[in-house]
Ligand binder design. Sequence first.
Ligand code: TEU
Ligand code: CA
Length: 551
Amino acid sequence: MDFKGKTVYQIYPKSFCDTNGDGWGDLPGIISKLDYLKELGIDYIWLNAFFPSPQKDNGYDVQDYRSIDPRYGTMDDFLQLCAEAKDRGIDIMLDMVFNHTSTEHIWFKRALAGDPKYKNYYIWKKGKPGHQPPNNWQSKFGGSAWEYVAKYDEWYLHLFDVTQADLNWENPEVRKEMADIIRYWSEKGVHGFRFDVVNLISKGSYEDDPHHFDGRQFYTDGPRVHEYLRELNERSFGRDPQHLTVGEMSSTSIENCTEYAGHASNELDMVFSFHHLKVDYKDQKKWELMPFDFMELKRIMNEWQIGMQEKNAWNALFLNNHDQPRALSRFGDDQKYPKESAKMLATLIHMMRGTPYVYQGEELGMTNAYFSSIDQYRDVESKNIYRILLSQGRSKEEILHILQARSRDNSRTPMPWNDQKNGGFTSGTPWLSLADNYEKINAKKVLKDPDSVFAHYQKLIALRKKMRIIQDGIYVPRLEENQSVFAYERRLGKESLIVINNFYGKMTEVEIPHLHQYQILLSNYKDSRAEDALQLRPYESIVLYFKGAVE
Ligand code: TEU
Ligand code: CA
């Protein structure tokens, strides 16, 4: 399918729009906002996991892959959503959490009850002497990745929460179940699928991590992962000519991603990778703060753009999602230059080679939540790390400061639709508080403002639809050594597009030969100019276009 002109919008259903006052967003709420999304111009909606779930990890602990948690609505609501979206030219993409199930899934319950068929759906190992886990692997949410079950005197693997048991993909029956689930949704008319941490499904050997890190080298991009993906493709979505798939790849490599999302590799259409979102992790540690390393951000993004392009593979482009703090608070200036920096970050992403993803609220310029008490947090990861850091002797103030910058709840606060109570998200009590700046940052307000962040996203999305150079042009980094400007060029035949982004709140000057021949396609200041020597104002971002060979 030709998806290169398209843009995906990510909805976190729990936080989008609540219509029955229970404090949870729901499918009727999404339906009620389809016109808003059409106005934005997006082509796909990716819905975060909405299946029945005990919600230990907000739905990424799936209990039943074939139905919808009643708190979100019914299957009829879902079919209505698909139909009404389709009427507006929008397709739906579902989230497939296939690395693990909830321990409340019937398969795991049968496994615990002693059914050998289902026991073999999961990964069990004998412990080490002295009641020690099978190895030193750590859960991504903290603590050992193994849980003991006395009945078997064995441990099951959980790379995430203890209630998220890893599936045994070595078992052909598990792989068949997964393909069946995709086909079930395809038959309902779903063409799009996002695969959660799908590069973790093939475990290699179960050795101790010699470096006492978390063990990821033994299960990331594992030995049979490409084989499994090709098989899944062949058995399910690959049969649908309209399919669109994206894999979430944890700690992956360009080399593997050129295969996952290679043009002819018959695995997936595109990949999310995360290296560029670790440039503010001190010593690679998520819970150690440092200012983001701009040169590293630029180096990594350039490296991925070029590395994927060289092999004709395709990136998903993003700075925000439901697991990341808000990019505006992280890489921009959400106090002094909120609009300018939000637009600059959007331009950076949307003019690159790949498919842009907009995470709900990004188009409003939403910021981190800046919660001041641990009671305001809901995320299992934040709660775990709070306990762990406290036990290591860190002060409450210090930990809260870290969570303000790093908690996943920063991106999960409810969507502010207006400046009324709870931002019009719910008439009841929201499951997670809104960020308290909703009176200033909300959808009603931006829709009235022609100069809003929303209006800028509209332009970016429309430009991609219209211009082949944005879809297909080759990517060439520019000003690589510049310490404050992220610039690149796209080229297609005789056309050239140059994108220049000042990443800081200071004026800076750059020189780009022949720039005076270019016209300005888009900018975040009203009076930007195209000159060979450019004075860039705080967070100024300019897209320039030229048709006809230079020189
Ligand atoms: O996330 C995978 C993942 O590894 C993360 O981005 C995770 O949030 C991070 O490692 C924690 O520090 C996916 C989902 O997007 C996430 O919401 C789920 O919690 C996770 O998988 C488990 O299903
Ligand atoms: Ca609701």
